[in-house]
Design a protein around this ligand. Structure first.
Ligand code: ATP
Length: 216
């Protein structure tokens, strides 16, 4: 079974890392693949570049065999569409390998605005992670998809290549990349919210309004 977990990861933080580990254990897979989206140049000016986000992820997962980095969206360039990513993986994995996409309820609630969203259940299973304060809107396409395709246990995902939905509610850390960026812009420390190596890169590169190391 191949499991992907996408996001902007601007920057990656302990909330992402804990979730990825929780998912690997809940699904009993040896690895979860983090898939950072590419930020097209016209949107990228305030956060980290794609190359910097990749490097921060590499630093964050170094030495953790359960987490891997999938660079395909950044290498493809342009806007990143999950349907394209899943199609590419399906082509690589073949028709029979279970493929799983992990997504939080905050991101999944706008599922019916994703490009080619109707194709996605045919390409992969969806693991929806319940985030406190982000319920799926009643009657939304996302909620309907969960109601129609929901299974009760992770083991069922291993029995088919795609098309099922599993809800998970693991303990989550209350950390967001937005909160980290705001904190840094206000001159405060991101320490313990994200790994130390990531904090050091943020400072060295002067990201999110951090004062670069040279000027301190
Ligand atoms: P931002 O604040 O910039 O929106 P974020 O911290 O929410 O960023 P994203 O890269 O946008 O992170 O999110 C990628 C995925 O990670 C989404 O599916 C989101 O639900 C999930 N996620 C983000 N933060 C957490 C967290 N603290 N715990 C669990 N999942 C999280």
């Amino acid at each position: 079974m191949h499991v992907i977990y996408g996001g902007t990861f601007d920057p990656i933080h302990h909330g992402h890392l804990r979730l990825a580990l929780e998912v690997s254990e809940a699904l009993e897979v040896s690895r979860v693949h983090l898939v950072p989206s590419h930020i097209p140049p016209h949107r990228g000016s305030t956060g980290a570049s794609s190359a910097q986000r990749l490097e921060m992820i590499r630093q964050a997962i170094a030495g953790e065999p359960a987490l891997a980095l999938d660079e395909q969206e950044v290498h493809r360039g342009g806007a990143s569409y999950t349907a394209d990513t899943l199609r590419q993986l399906r082509a690589e994995l073949g028709p029979d390998c279970p493929l799983v996409m992990v997504v939080g309820t905050d991101a999944f609630s706008s599922f019916d605005r994703w490009r080619e969203w109707q194709e996605i259940p045919g390409l992969a299973h969806i693991v929806v992670v319940r985030r406190p304060g982000s319920e799926l809107p009643v009657g939304s396409e996302a909620a309907q998809l969960v109601a129609e395709r929901c299974v009760g246990s992770a083991s069922e995902l291993h029995s088919r290549p795609a098309g099922l939905v599993l809800e998970l509610a693991p303990p989550l850390l209350d950390i967001s990349a937005t909160g980290i960026r705001r904190r840094i812009a206000a001159g405060r420390s991101p320490r313990y919210l994200t790994p130390d190596d990531v904090c050091q890169s943020i400072r060295a590169w002067g990201l999110y309004g951090a004062r670069p190391v040279e000027s301190q």
